[in-house]
Design a protein around this ligand. Sequence first.
Ligand code: ADP
Ligand code: MG
Length: 575
Amino acid sequence: MLKLYRFLKQYSLYIAVIIVFLFAQVLSDLYLPTLMADIVDKGLANQDINYILKIGGFMLLIAAGGTLCAIMATYLSSKTAVGFGKILREKIFAKVESFSLHEFDKFGTATLITRTTNDVTQIQQVSVLILSMMITAPLTCIGGVIMALQQDRSLAWVLVVTIPILFLVIGMTLKRGLPLFKVMQEKIDKLNLVLREKLTGIRVVRAFNRIEKERVRFDDANADLMDNAVKVNIIMAVLMPAMMLIMNLTTVALVWFGALRIEDGSMQIGSLLAFIQYATQILFSLLMLVMLFIMVPRAQVSAVRINEVLEANLDIIDPEKSNTANNEGGFVEFKEVSFRYPGADQPALNKITFSAKPGELTAIIGGTGSGKSTLVNLITRFYDVENGSVLVDGVDVREMSQKALRAKIGFVPQKTVLFSGTIAENIKYGKENATMEELEQAARVAQATEFVSGLEAGFDHHIAQGGTNVSGGQKQRLSIARALIRKPEIYIFDDSFSALDFKTSAKLRAALKPEVLDATVFIIAQSVSTVRDADRIIVLDDGQISGMGTHKELLNTCKVYREIVASQLSEEELA
Ligand code: ADP
Ligand code: MG
């Protein structure tokens, strides 16, 4: 947790002020019982009204001052803690944004969300406690002992007996409670995971009639969390009365033995009253410390989880001195590229070598799982190669800044992603300052104009979260328009025409051609009709290039390609 507190630098002034306020508050709290003892022993005993009024007024003043300080301290510490939470969330979000797909695979989305929200809230709550109690509790405890001893030394043994008992109770509680506190976050993680899967997969859940099963899975996670929380709360529920019992017994003992001392004239009533108050303050401050001891380990778990994210080693980082590419306008070259997903024993790509010039259309065809998406993901540097190198405009992508590299690329991923917002906003995601003409042009080429103008709000039509209120084909077209509006040097269409009907797909490709004349274009496709006009067709099979050339050349040279063509021809003939 200490590691996280380095982010509190900009609040150091606040913290200094908080400490001053808390100091003042504790001093006023410690002074009040002594004044009260004076009123009882000197004022009341001598029937001195003036003295009572004078000291009483003074007490009011001190109490008011103490309260004011307490309010200010609470206000400032809340502000600091909330600001701290905000900083933490910013840091986590920024870090997660720089994650490569490796790290996303490693952590998982559910836990990243919990870490950014719930874990930060834990830290935030504990920070308020720490900010207020770290100062007050020890100070009250020590100050209380000193002040109590000034009232009467011989009653101190009562405290010497009670405090160890108190610590014993606390120790036993902590021993049982701490493990439970620590697993709390994991249980919340689990709940989030189940809930997230259930909500994002709701269609599949319904279609396969798994509602009941999913409910049970959720109930299990939910009940698990509840069990743990109940256990934690039982312990807390027992702790509180136990502490109160100890405190009250202490008071009884003090009254008992104090009365004996008052009777033999060696102590005054006011002193006893003050002593009892100090004893309460001391025990209470110890209780506060215990609360801290309980809360801190739980927050510690959260802190570790946050630190894991903040300190995750990034696979893909910008080089210290980035190499700017020559002005070749999108020349892509693969040299003996091999790549393996972490933990996989088979390479997903094996010794891939080819080059694609601006103005050329490269098509990639091959069965599912043959490595097509993996290949284009290396051009965008979503992953780093294991061997060989990927060059864009003559420069290894690892030597370029990611920003410069991706500015060259218009990418249409296989899994279409739209964001909640209007259609226009979604297309302009590719180019923020695009004009209306550019927007319309991109939509026209992507064959989206027809369905967009059919909508009442047109380009202002609202897309729901995850793009669930448009069809798969419409999503694909918007996602293509988003890439087109960038006018990049390299276009990558990863199976982007799969949800389009044959006619729309053909129209789109025809409209695309004049748009991408000077660009390097990669099209991944399943159907031969989409790839047959390409300048170069790469046939992938099990991560290897099993043939490369034009449609005609491949028909003669590549057996895998011939099989693909044959299977599709017969299908079309059969249809
Ligand atoms: P294609 O796009 O040709 O259908 P991919 O490039 O997506 O195939 O996948 C190639 C191989 O890599 C497959 O065997 C797949 O199981 C594996 N793979 C794909 N993505 C990942 C990933 N994130 N982690 C581990 N293995 C993966
Ligand atoms: Mg794919």
